[in-house]
Design a protein around this ligand. Structure first.
Ligand SMILES: Cc1cc2nc3c(=O)[nH]c(=O)nc-3n(C[C@H](O)[C@H](O)[C@H](O)COP(=O)(O)OP(=O)(O)OC[C@H]3O[C@@H](n4cnc5c(N)ncnc54)[C@H](O)[C@@H]3O)c2cc1C
Ligand code: SF4
Length: 500
């Protein structure tokens, strides 16, 4: 018997493995291993989403007539590679076949036992595409990779020119949220996963975040994932670009697509999502600034960060450019902080296993970097809390883009801001305990003093960056007493991080 392993993020029904019932003796194996559920502090919704979707996919393959073995939590499998080895040793499996894991850790451990790997047939580029494209260069530039991808795929191209004459329409995007504007409702699912939730408890798996197991909102199979895509294209793509960077009190989803879980589990293929968005532009349903902005995230950023991951692992996982060492304050796990923007982002993450990009980058990522938190801890938090978090995409975004721990291989400057940016892009500040206008004093917005303190502390590493020069010129022009007051306020914040 040939065993074909299917991982929780390999739920792609269009894979050529399933095109026909194999004439050879083949069995598709799904294994719920404890190690996969505990290598990071996973949000309970994330565990439910992955296992719920795996179980559906296994049942689907069985209905098609494939031979399926499902090893659930009750079997107590700890280590996946050890389990596969034991099956072989016991003579139940002659050889293991697997789709290439997207995570370095699993790729390494499965190589010792899997006899033959095939492609997942999911991505638009191979693992080495970014390394090849930037061969000989010290840094990676998303825009150059993205243009290459547009030309290569013909997406949003009119002949050899970009649709509309420009590659990028961000000048029309990044608008603040209009007062009183209501985003369209999101058609969530209401799955009852309460018995799976109990199984997780019985198996002794830790609980973190709201399970929402009685009305589980996320898609669990391809048919449902397509419904999420259709609803996004019909109702939200139109304003995706304009409000992509907005932050709004009590509005966690805005015009975002919520497609990352369906994409990362491979229930949806990136090209079909891109083509659905391009069709909406071509048939006049959505404007080019939104469609291009959305397509750039998938054709550009998603493939780009995956390529960086494979070009840089395993050393990428240990980078700590600023030598930040501090542990996460406890409010990262509870959301209980008086900083309104941060509490909204964390509370929403705890209840939804989701936060949109700007919450991840400019709120939680921003405060983590300003406070000098250890990138290992920050990485582990992001890897655990989001339903879409898989290391190949989480790590370059967190350690690279958000924490600049790679010293600028991925991004050209650290994503930090004072309260002014957050006040411009959000309506959080009006209901915050802190005053965004104040720079010093006990009610001053913590982002303000921390911003200057961050640049002051890391001057030697950042001063020569042409994109930051202006910050140092402003700092140098500031009156000494004002500088001292800002640094004193920052130092108080560092010492009282738990009380913020
Ligand atoms: C610190 C940090 C951690 C992140 N961790 C993850 C993660 O673990 N998993 C993950 O899928 N994304 C991650 N992202 C990228 C991005 O924030 C999420 O993809 C997005 O918020 C998911 O929500 P959505 O589907 O509504 O996305 P939308 O805003 O609707 O975007 C559409 C799609 O584009 C893709 N995309 C957008 N931005 C990125 C990006 N920077 N990198 C890769 N793909 C992108 C996603 O597939 C997403 O579904 C992270 C970003 C940051 C700053
Ligand atoms: S005042 Fe500062 S901490 Fe409060 S919401 Fe605004 S940016 Fe966030």
């Amino acid at each position: 018997m040939i065993g074909r392993l299917i991982l929780g993020d390999q739920l792609n029904p269009a894979h050529s493995w399933f095109a026909a019932i194999e004439p050879r003796e083949v069995c598709y194996y799904f294994v719920e291993s404890h190690e996969e559920l505990t290598y990071a502090p996973h949000h309970r919704q994330k565990m439910l989403g992955f296992l719920g979707a795996m179980r559906r996919f296994a049942a689907f393959l069985g209905e098609l007539g494939h031979n399926v073995t499902y090893v659930d939590l009750s079997a107590g499998v700890q280590d996946l590679a050890a389990y596969l080895r034991a099956e072989k040793d016991a003579g139940r499996i002659e050889a293991w076949e697997a789709q290439e894991p997207d995570e370095y850790r699993l790729d390494e451990s499965l190589r010792s036992v899997v006899d033959h790997f095939v492609s997942t047939e999911h991505f638009l580029t191979d693992r080495q595409a970014v390394a090849t494209h930037f061969s000989g260069k010290k840094t990676y530039l998303m825009e150059s990779f993205y243009r290459m991808m547009r030309k290569k795929t013909g997406i949003l191209m009119d002949g050899d020119q970009p649709a509309g004459g420009q590659w990028n329409y961000d000048a029309d995007n990044r608008q603040a949220w209009p007062k009183g504007h209501q985003p369209p409702p999101i058609p969530f699912f209401n799955h009852d996963l309460s018995s799976l939730d109990r199984e997780l408890d019985e198996a002794g798996l830790p609980r973190w975040g709201e399970s929402r197991s009685h009305a589980f909102p996320w898609p669990l199979d391809r048919r449902e994932a397509l419904q999420v895509l259709d609803a996004f294209v019909a109702d939200r793509l139109v304003h995706f670009g304009a409000y992509q960077d907005a932050l709004v009190d009590h509005e966690p989803y805005l015009y975002h697509s919520l497609l990352s879980f369906a994409l990362n589990t491979k229930m949806l293929a990136p090209m079909e999502v891109i083509q659905a968005a391009e069709a909406a532009y071509r048939n006049g349903h959505a404007p080019l600034n939104s469609v291009e902005g959305f397509i750039r995230q998938i054709l550009g950023w998603r493939e780009f960060v995956r390529g960086i991951y494979w070009a840089e692992m395993p050393t990428y996982a240990d980078l700590n450019f600023f030598n930040h060492q501090r542990p996460l304050p406890s409010w990262f796990y509870t959301g209980k902080t008086s900083m309104r923007c941060v509490s909204q982002a964390i509370e929403q993450s705890l209840s939804n296993a989701y936060a949109h990009h700007i919450q991840r980058l400019m709120v939680t990522g921003n405060i983590a970097l300003l406070l000098g938190l250890h990138p290992d801890e920050v990485d582990s938090w992001y890897l655990g809390i989001y339903i879409d978090a898989i290391e190949w995409v989480e790590q370059p975004n967190t350690r690279g883009m958000s924490q600049y721990a790679d010293g600028g291989k991925l991004g050209s400057k650290p994503y930090v801001s004072s309260g002014a940016y957050l006040n411009k892009m959000s309506n959080h500040c009006s209901s915050c305990v802190y005053s965004v206008q104040d720079k010093t004093g006990e009610k001053a917005c913590p982002f303000n003093a921390l911003y200057w303190d961050f640049h002051d502390r890391h001057r030697a590493k950042l001063e020569k960056n042409p994109r930051i020069g202006m910050v140092y010129r402003t700092w140098d022009r500031m009156a000494p007493p004002q500088k001292t007051a800002l640094l004193d306020r920052a130092s108080w914040i560092h010492e009282h991080m738990e009380e913020l």
